[in-house]
Every structure is written in structure tokens, then in C-alpha cells.
Design a protein around this ligand. Structure first.
Ligand code: ZN
Length: 411
């Protein structure tokens, strides 16, 4: 556990802590019951840098503890597969991707996204440190280096494969403690007119409203667009376009190029900068009061769950995403409140949730429980859960934690 006293990007020594969620285990580390005794927790505390406005974890867990055995599969949910298919089509439509186009993906996971590009080009390379995903990406016939991407790996790749026309990094950059080194590697490997396309959760505004479930150890950084631009600039990369996308409750898709050959920034870049300023995201005062909002949520949710369990028995959780584990751990919920959680990721089924040790079961396990209240942990997939459950559970109620804590009826 490394403690962070300086801003990781601009090195200012004036970091200000503004939100502490206590000690929580890594929220993607689902366990077998036999592993519970070895489980470790780490503090989860957010700070902001008054110099560059970057919001960051005060201390970080070494990435090799988080990513060497990863249970989040790109192909784990139909909606994510659809998102990746769309992404490949959008990129193809926007840029002229031909048989000669080379594409590198950082954090290529099980190769799902790169496989969609196979119909356009064969110059594809994945990089992902998760050993347990190697076999899956081999099944997609995608060449994958089982490593963390950094500037020295970039030099090796440049020597062997040359520069790339596209580098894709979906939900990687906010997770990387040495983000400047990663971006310098991108700079090294991008061809002169090459484009970096990144996506990342855009959660600062929602965190400031008290929606804290995107804060976890993997998310070392919570970027504002302002802080992203200044971070990229340190690696001589220039953001040329940006769009808001709905994934993970709200994300940004960003297009960047090498500074010396970048296109002029699009109107969307200037508009988002203006929007952030108007919302006060660059004003240090906005960070005060977040802690009280988050504490109130905890109290309200616990009260609500107490009422529901008294009336209908223990709850059933819907979805076991990482963000759900932040809610469960911070609010002190466990098997006394929730009997089990259903999730369609096979790698999570049969295991228990980190920290709270609630069993995760497949959808089939729901068959005979039809009066209970549900807790929707995957609240960003509300519509798909509701349409799946409506018929069979029309008398049941569902607690929805965010964006506003409420109870809805399924019928
Ligand atoms: Zn800073």
C-alpha cells in the first residue's frame, strides 16, 4: 500500500482529502468461501489537487493485486458486447479503416472488441495483464501480450511492430497509477496522424452530488475534462474531440493525437470546458459537503432495508457489479440483510462478494422467491432488470440506490 502525499500528475504537495469510505477490500475480488480468511481491506479515500483539479485516491493498492486475476469479462454481458460492437462500427464509420490500418488495444480483456475489427483489418494487437483472460483472447485469435502497458513496453512494441494508427483504451486510463508513463507510451506508439480513443467513467459531477459508487481502488483517478486535458498535455497528447456516452452511468469518449500533428479541438471540447466551469467543477469549494451527502445516503438506505426486511424477509440483490460492492461495504450490509445476489457472470457465480460475503447465484436461483424486495445493485441497467423480472415478480418491490434512493414496484 503506497501512500500518496503529492498529486500523482502535477506533483503539487497540497492534496486535500474530501471523502473517506473507510477500509474496503478490492471490489472486483469475488472469493471462494475458503479464501475469506485471507481477504485484505484498504482505505478508500478521495482527495483533490487544488493546482490541477485532479481528483485521486489518497493511497493506492498495487495494480498487480487488482488486475492479475480479473473477473470482469468484456463478453460478460450482452449490453457490453453490444457497446463494443457499436464502438467498432462508429470508429469504422468515422475514420477510414482499411486492410492496412493497425489497431492496438490497451486492456484488451478477452479480445471481444478487437475481434469486431477483424472484418476490417488483421493488424490487431491486444495488451492485457490478466493471465486468466489469455485463453479467451486466444479463442478469438487475437494476438495479446499478457503485460501492463507502459512506456518501456511501448518501445518494445514499436521495435517489433512499428507505430499504430489507432490506440484504444477503454476504462484503462483512470485505473493506471502511473498515468503519465502510460500516456507517454501511447505517444511513442501512435503514428503521426494516429488517434488515441479512450473511454472512462465521467463521474466527478455525480460524486459531488453524493453518488459515490464509482469510487473504488481500481479508479485511481476521477477525471474532470479540465484535468484530463492537462494530464494528456504532460505526455504531449492533445485532446481533439470528446463526446458524452451513457455507459456505466455516464462516461466520456475522447479522441487525442500527438500534440505536434493534432487537428484543432472540436467545438465539443470547448463546450465541455465551458460547461464544467459553469458547474463549478474547478471551484475548490464544491468539494465541501460531499461527505455529509454520502453519510446521509447510508443512513437512509439502512433504514429502508430495515423496514423491507421486517416485512418481507431478507432482500435479494440484483447484479453484482464492482460499484454494488462499494455500496454494500460502505453501508455495512451483509448476509443479515441480503440472502443472495443474482448475476449472469459465470465467473462470479458460486463465489461470495468481497467484504460482505453474500453468495452470488445464477438467474435460475430466483425461481421460487416471489414476494421479496430486491436491491438493484446494477442500477444503471434498471430497464433491462425490470423487463426481465416484471412478469414473474409483479408483486415485488425494488430498492434503487441511485440517482435517487427510492423504492419502485415491479407491477
Ligand atoms: Zn495536481
Amino acid at each position: 500500500m503506497e501512500s500518496n502525499l503529492k498529486c500523482r500528475v502535477c506533483h503539487s504537495k497540497d492534496l486535500k482529502q474530501f471523502l473517506s469510505l473507510g477500509d474496503i477490500p478490492p471490489v472486483n475480488a469475488f472469493l471462494d468461501s475458503s479464501e475469506i480468511s485471507q481477504e485484505r481491506s484498504y482505505p478508500l479515500t478521495l482527495a483533490y489537487c487544488p493546482s490541477c483539479f485532479l481528483v485521486q485516491l489518497e493511497s493506492i493498492v498495487p495494480p498487480e493485486h487488482l488486475f492479475s486475476h480479473y473477473l470482469h469479462l468484456s463478453s460478460g454481458s450482452a449490453s457490453n458486447i453490444e457497446h463494443l460492437r457499436n464502438f467498432s462500427e462508429i470508429l469504422h464509420a468515422r475514420f477510414n479503416i482499411t486492410l492496412d490500418t493497425s489497431i492496438l488495444e490497451i486492456g484488451s480483456n478477452d479480445g471481444t472488441l478487437l475481434a469486431f475489427f477483424k472484418k476490417y483489418t488483421s493488424h490487431l494487437l491486444g495488451v492485457d495483464p490478466a493471465q486468466n483472460l489469455m485463453q479467451l483472447s486466444q479463442e478469438h485469435a487475437i494476438e495479446t501480450l499478457p503485460k501492463f502497458f507502459n512506456s518501456s513496453l511501448a518501445l518494445d512494441i514499436l521495435k517489433n511492430k512499428g507505430a499504430f494508427d489507432f490506440i484504444i483504451a477503454l476504462n484503462v486510463i483512470p485505473h493506471t497509477p502511473d498515468v503519465i508513463d502510460l500516456l507517454e507510451g501511447v505517444y511513442t506508439l501512435l503514428s503521426l496522424r494516429g488517434v488515441l480513443v479512450m473511454e472512462g467513467v465521467y463521474a466527478l459531477e455525480t460524486i459531488l452530488q453524493g453518488e459515490f459508487d464509482t469510487i473504488y481502488h481500481e479508479h485511481v483517478y476521477t477525471f474532470s475534462f479540465h484535468s484530463l486535458i492537462s494530464t494528456f498535455k504532460r505526455a504531449k497528447l492533445c485532446i481533439v474531440d470528446v463526446e458524452k456516452i451513457p455507459t456505466q452511468g455516464g462516461s466520456l469518449r475522447i479522441f487525442a493525437q500527438r500534440e505536434e500533428s493534432a487537428s484543432p479541438p472540436s467545438p465539443a471540447v470547448l463546450a465541455l470546458l465551458k460547461e464544467e466551469k459553469e458547474k463549478g467543477l474547478t471551484n475548490p469549494l464544491i468539494y465541501q459537503g460531499v461527505g455529509a451527502k454520502v453519510e446521509k445516503f447510508k443512513k437512509d438506505l439502512r433504514n429502508l432495508i430495515e423496514q423491507e426486511t421486517k416485512q418481507y424477509g431478507k432482500l435479494i440483490g440484483l447484479g453484482a457489479p464492482a460499484r454494488g460492492n462499494v455500496i454494500l461495504n460502505y453501508c455495512g450490509l451483509g448476509t443479515q440483510d441480503i440472502e443472495y445476489i443474482i448475476d449472469d457472470t459465470p465467473l462470479k457465480q458460486g463465489k461470495v462478494t468481497p467484504g460482505t460475503h453474500i453468495p452470488v447465484k445464477p438467474w435460475g436461483a430466483l425461481a421460487h422467491d416471489n414476494k421479496r424486495t430486491f436491491l438493484l445493485l446494477s442500477w444503471n441497467y434498471k430497464d433491462s432488470f425490470f423487463s426481465k423480472l416484471k412478469k414473474q415478480f409483479s408483486h415485488s418491490r425494488v430498492i434503487i440506490p441511485f440517482p435517487h434512493l427510492e423504492v419502485n414496484s415491479l407491477g
